[in-house]
Ligand binder design. Structure first.
Ligand code: ADP
Length: 182
């Protein structure tokens, strides 16, 4: 099954995914990292601006990754979808694959908290302009994305990311286990 984690930059999607991947049944698919690993100057340029990489390219990479993973596993999809066209693709893809789309987690922090956390991070694309761009895109896209999922009968779990890493993890782990076992 697929468990999606979406949220603003700095929400803790990857920190939580790092913890989840220690579970035997979990495989982490980190879209930002997948894109960085392409070592493609055109992709790097888009990423350094904080813009979204082309949907067809991202969708293709995800399809390739999912094809390698045993559908009995829980795929934690970190940072995808970022907007409704990607959500539409994912719903269609999951419907025609053995990986079913079962969990969508919105890991929420405020814009102030996002800016504060990213100021303390040293990733190459964490410039002021890129952070602002990612935050602006997130704010523009998150409500349509949540509405899109609910229109398709998929509930989005809201998780407060402004608590301790352990508390956030306890909630996410419990939710995923509950759905995985049902
Ligand atoms: P963050 O969540 O802090 O923005 P990520 O590592 O998830 O960090 O993403 C880094 C960059 O990778 C994004 O700014 C964007 O350029 C690209 N990217 C990540 N996920 C997607 C996606 N689903 N669609 C398009 N581009 C993406």
């Amino acid at each position: 099954m697929i468990a999606v984690i979406i949220g603003p930059p700095g929400a803790g999607k990857s920190s939580q995914s790092e913890l989840l991947k220690d579970r035997e049944h979990v495989v982490w698919v980190y879209v930002g990292q997948l894109l960085r690993q392409q070592n493609n100057p055109d992709i790097s340029r888009v990423m350094s601006r904080g813009d979204l990489v082309d949907d067809n390219l991202v969708n293709g990479l995800i399809a390739q990754e999912l094809a390698k993973i045993d559908p009995a596993k829980v795929v934690v999809l970190d940072g995808f979808p970022r907007h409704t066209p990607q959500a539409a693709w994912l719903i269609d893809f999951a419907a025609s694959s053995a990986h079913s789309l079962r969990v969508i987690i919105h890991l929420k922090i405020s814009a102030e908290e996002s800016l504060k956390r990213l100021r303390g991070r040293a990733r190459a694309d964490d410039t002021k302009e890129s952070i602002n761009q990612r935050l602006t895109d997130y704010q523009a896209n998150i409500h349509p994305l949540i509405d899109y999922f609910s229109d398709h009968g998929i509930e989005v779990a809201q998780i407060d990311g402004e608590r301790s890493v352990e508390r956030v993890f306890a909630d996410i782990d419990k939710l995923i286990n509950h759905v995985h076992q049902s």
